[in-house]
Design a protein around this ligand. Structure first.
Ligand code: BES
Ligand code: MN
Ligand code: ZN
Length: 485
C-alpha cells in the first residue's frame, strides 16, 4: 500500500521523524537530548550523510544534503538518499513518520518524500504466502512539515499515484492483461480521475481501415483495441489539443520474426507507452491542468499464429500509405503510425508519442536516457530537456535529418517498416514522422522502461519512466503558454 501524505503544522516530541539538513545543525524541533544531539553533530562532522538515532520511543533520521550538488542534481541526490534509507525506515515499522527540513532548499521535503514513495513501490499481488519482508510495513502516513502549499502536495500525491498505476500496468503479465483488459483498466482510470475514454473495438478498427494495427493483430487470438482518452478543461489555454500517442503492445514475441533467447524477456512491458499516456491523463485530470490533452492508444499483442502477418506483406495503412513489412518485429511503428495519422482529425498543435520502440535505443543510451527526436523546434526541445533534468528522466536528442528517411524506402511499397541495422532508433522515428501532419516529438523509452535491477528509486521491472517527464512538461507548457508562443 502506498503511504498517504499529509501536511502538518506542528510536531510532537514523541513522533518519529526524518529531518533533512543543509548544514551541520540540529534544529530544536527534533527534541533530542544533549547526548543525542552531540552524537548527531559528531556524525555529521564526520561527513556521515545519514544519522540514525533510536530513542526507544521514537526514531530520528537526519539526512544531510550532499555537499557540492546544487540545482536539479541536489534534488536527485535527495530522492536517492530517500531510496537509500527506505529499508531502515521499513524495518522500524512506523505507522506515521514526519518529514521535515532545516536550512536547506525549498522543496527538499517534497523531493525526499517523492524518492521515498517511488522506492517503496512493490508488485506483490500474486504472492499468496506472507514473507518476512512483506510483513513489515512502510509508514501508512507521511506527515510533511513546513512551508508546503496544498496544490504542490496534491500534485505530489497524484503524480506518485500515477507512477504506481503505470508500474502496476507494466508489471502485469500478458496472461492477466491482454489488449481488452488494458482498455478496461484505462476506462476505469478515466472514470475515477474524470477524463473521457472511448474504446474502439475490432469492428470499428476494421471499418476505419487501420491497416497497421490490424496487421499486427492478425496472429493473435485476442482482438485489438484503439482507445481515445480526452482531458478537456473548461477553459483550456490552447485552442488545438496536444495529442499523446502510446504504444500498447501488451506482449511482443516478435511475431513470425520471433525473438530468440533472452530477447523476449520483459516484453510484457511493451505497453509502457500506453500506460504512461494513461498516467499523464490521470494526473492532468486530477489536477485540472488547464490544457486540452488527447491520448491515443492502439493496443494488441504481437504473436506468430495461424494467420499472422508475414515478412514481405504489403499493408495499406489508415493514412492510405502502403508499407512493406521487412520484419514483423518492427510492429510498434505500425500501430503507432495509424494512431499518429488518426491524430490529424484533431488538428493538434503538437503530437508526442512515447514507445518502447527499438532495442537500438537501449544499446545507445543504456538505462539513463530517453531517446528524443523531433521536428517541432527548439522551444519544445529546450523545455523538454529542462523538465527532464528537473524530474531526472533525462532526454537526449538524436538527429532527425531527412537523409535517414532514405533508409526506409521500399521497391514495392511507399515505405518499408525497417531500415537495416544502422541508425535503427532514428529510422523508426522517421517512419513515424511520415504519418504526422502536425509537429512531432518522438520519445523512445526502450532503455529506461524496464530495469533488470533496482537503480535507487527506479525499481526492477517497470519504472514508469516518461510519466514524470511528460506531466511536468505539460504543466510548464500550460503555465508558460503565452510566453512560449
Ligand atoms: N519492443 C521492441 C523494442 C524493445 C527492445 C523494447 C528491447 C525494449 C527492450 C520492438 O518492437 C522491436 O522488437 N524492435 C526491433 C526492431 C527491429 C526489428 C528493426 C528491435 O529493436 O530489434
Ligand atoms: Mn518488436
Ligand atoms: Zn515491440
Amino acid at each position: 500500500m502506498k503511504s498517504e501524505i499529509i501536511k502538518i503544522s506542528q510536531i510532537s516530541p514523541a513522533q518519529s521523524i526524518v529531518c533533512i539538513v543543509g548544514k551541520n545543525e540540529i534544529p530544536l524541533f527534533l527534541s533530542l537530548n544533549k547526548t543525542e544531539k552531540e552524537y548527531a553533530l559528531k556524525q555529521l562532522r564526520k561527513k556521515e550523510e545519514i544519522v540514525f538515532i533510536n530513542s526507544y520511543f521514537k526514531c530520528t533520521y537526519i539526512v544531510k544534503v550532499k555537499e557540492g550538488a546544487s540545482g536539479y542534481k541536489a534534488r536527485e541526490e535527495l530522492r536517492k538518499a530517500a531510496a537509500g534509507i527506505k529499508k531502515l525506515i521499513k524495518s522500524n515499522n512506523h505507522s506515521e513518520l514526519v518529514i521535515a527540513s532545516h536550512s536547506t532548499y525549498k522543496g527538499a521535503v517534497e523531493d525526499f518524500t517523492e524518492g521515498l514513495l517511488l522506492s517503496s513501490y512493490t508488485f506483490k499481488k500474486y504472492k499468496t504466502r506472507d514473507e518476512d519482508e512483506v510483513k513489515k510495513n512502510y509508514p501508512a502516513k507521511l506527515l510533511l512539515y513546513g512551508d508546503i502549499n496544498k496544490s504542490e502536495l496534491k500534485w505530489l500525491t497524484d503524480l506518485t499515484d500515477a507512477v504506481y498505476f503505470v508500474r502496476d500496468l507494466i508489471n502485469e503479465p500478458v496472461n492477466h492483461l491482454n489488449a481488452t483488459a488494458l482498455a478496461v483498466a484505462i476506462e476505469k482510470t478515466g472514470k475515477s480521475a474524470g477524463f473521457r475514454v472511448e474504446v474502439l473495438a475490432k469492428r470499428k478498427i476494421e471499418a476505419l481501415k487501420m491497416g497497421g494495427l490490424l496487421a499486427v493483430n492478425k496472429g493473435s487470438v485476442d482482438p485489438p483495441v484503439f482507445c481515445i482518452l480526452e482531458w478537456k478543461p473548461a477553459k483550456p489555454v490552447n485552442k488545438q489539443p496536444v495529442v499523446l500517442v502510446g504504444k500498447g503492445i501488451v506482449y511482443d514475441t516478435g511475431g513470425l520474426n520471433i525473438k530468440t533467447g533472452e530477447y523476449m524477456s520483459g516484453m510484457k512491458g511493451d505497453m509502457a507507452g500506453a500506460a504512461t499516456v494513461t498516467g499523464v491523463l490521470y494526473t492532468a485530470a486530477r489536477n485540472s491542468l488547464p490544457l486540452h490533452v488527447i491520448g491515443l492508444i492502439p493496443a494488441t499483442d504481437n504473436r506468430p499464429g495461424g494467420n499472422a502477418y508475414a515478412q514481405g506483406d504489403i499493408i495499406t495503412m489508415y493514412s492510405k500509405l502502403t508499407v512493406e513489412v521487412g520484419n514483423t518485429d518492427a510492429e510498434g511503428r505500425l500501430i503507432l503510425a495509424d494512431a499518429i495519422s488518426y491524430a490529424s482529425k484533431f488538428k493538434p498543435e503538437l503530437i508526442i508519442d512515447i514507445a518502447t520502440l527499438t532495442g537500438s535505443a537501449a544499446v545507445t543510451f543504456g538505462t539513463q536516457a530517453i531517446a528524443m527526436m523531433t521536428n517541432a523546434g527548439r522551444k519544445y526541445i529546450k523545455l523538454l530537456e529542462e523538465c527532464g533534468n528537473e524530474v531526472y528522466e533525462r532526454v537526449s536528442e538524436l538527429p532527425f535529418w531527412d537523409e535517414y528517411a532514405e533508409m526506409i524506402k521500399s521497391e514495392v511499397a511507399d515505405i518499408r517498416n525497417v531500415g537495416g541495422r544502422e541508425a535503427g532508433t532514428i529510422t523508426a522515428g522517421k517512419f513515424l514522422e511520415k504519418f504526422a501532419t502536425s509537429p512531432l516529438i518522438h520519445l523512445d523509452i526502450a532503455g529506461t522502461e524496464m530495469l533488470k535491477k533496482d537503480d535507487h528509486y527506479r525499481l526492477r521491472e517497470g519504472t514508469g519512466s516518461g510519466l514524470r517527464l511528460l506531466v511536468t512538461f505539460l504543466r510548464r507548457l500550460a503555465a508558460d503558454y503565452k510566453k512560449l508562443k
